[in-house]
Design a binder for this molecule. Structure first.
Ligand code: ATP
Length: 239
């Protein structure tokens, strides 16, 4: 297993927002975390990649225990979180945003642009629209393009595994479709994906396996195709 969580618990000041969650993500797969607002998906995503210290349980990445390691160390090992909300630098251009994403990975300024330009070419093959808008101010991109830029910027760090937290957030349905097409290309390019999403229909369509989360716990899991035909999932999430 590329990523494995065992009885993970995490939270903020009060009760645990993530309660004894165990999950597995196989290399090369796309796994979805489906749940309503407040179910605990973002908390789980942050606890997996070190942005929130787990209160209990363990996380393993490529067989090595990464529980409690700083997020920067976990990112260096190839596990990267593209967080909820787009967090792009609105006054900077598309290119500048992308180069900032490469900075931790290519800290020396001299060869920086040259090396990063290979990564840019790879990224434009997945997100051609960004390639056409390199010098456009990021804040003037459409919502869908901004989301693609946020994902593309995370890709500049060369992750092998990406956790995408709520990529559809705040997007009109037509843009959600575009962003998910880009996520499918990302997956096809060989990156393993854990996708947190409240739109069950699209999450189950794009993933191989899924976990349904309610109030901080996994209540159902299985192949996405069979969950999409499960009457309990249909009535609660697909109705
Ligand atoms: P959404 O799709 O709305 O982001 P989610 O499934 O990602 O929902 P979380 O954001 O993980 O859910 O929230 C789980 C619980 O933790 C909620 O009750 C939320 O209010 C609480 N919570 C989230 N962030 C914080 C925080 N920084 N401080 C305190 N409580 C928080």
């Amino acid at each position: 297993m590329m990523l494995k969580a065992e009885n993970l618990r995490a939270g903020y000041s009060g009760d645990d927002a993530v309660r004894d969650i165990s999950l597995e993500v196989e290399e090369g797969s796309c796994v979805a975390l489906v749940g309503a607002n407040g179910a605990g998906k973002s908390t789980l995503a942050k606890a997996l990649c070190g942005q929130l210290k787990p209160r209990g349980g363990n996380v393993f990445f490529n067989g090595q225990k990464i529980t409690g390691l700083p997020a920067s160390e976990i990112a260096k090992r190839g596990l990267c979180l593209c967080p909820e909300g787009r967090h792009i630098f609105a006054p900077l251009t598309v290119e500048e945003n992308l180069l900032l994403g490469a900075y931790t990975h290519l800290p020396s300024i001299g060869p920086f642009r040259r090396k990063a330009s290979d990564d840019l070419q790879r990224i434009f093959s997945i997100f051609p629209r960004l390639g056409e808008r390199l010098s456009q101010q990021a804040g003037s991109l459409s919502g869908g393009e901004q989301q693609m830029l946020a994902i593309a910027r995370s890709l500049m760090g060369k992750p092998r595994f990406m956790i995408l937290d709520e990529p559809s957030m705040g997007l009109a349905p037509i843009l959600v479709k575009e962003v998910f097409q880009a996520i499918a290309s990302l997956h096809a390019s060989g990156i393993t994906i854990l996708l947190s999403e409240q739109f069950a229909k699209i999450a189950l369509a794009v993933s191989d396996h899924a976990y349904i989360i309610e109030r901080g716990s996994v209540i159902l899991e299985g192949p996405s195709k069979s969950l999409a035909n499960n009457p309990a999932v249909i009535s609660a999430y697909l109705g």
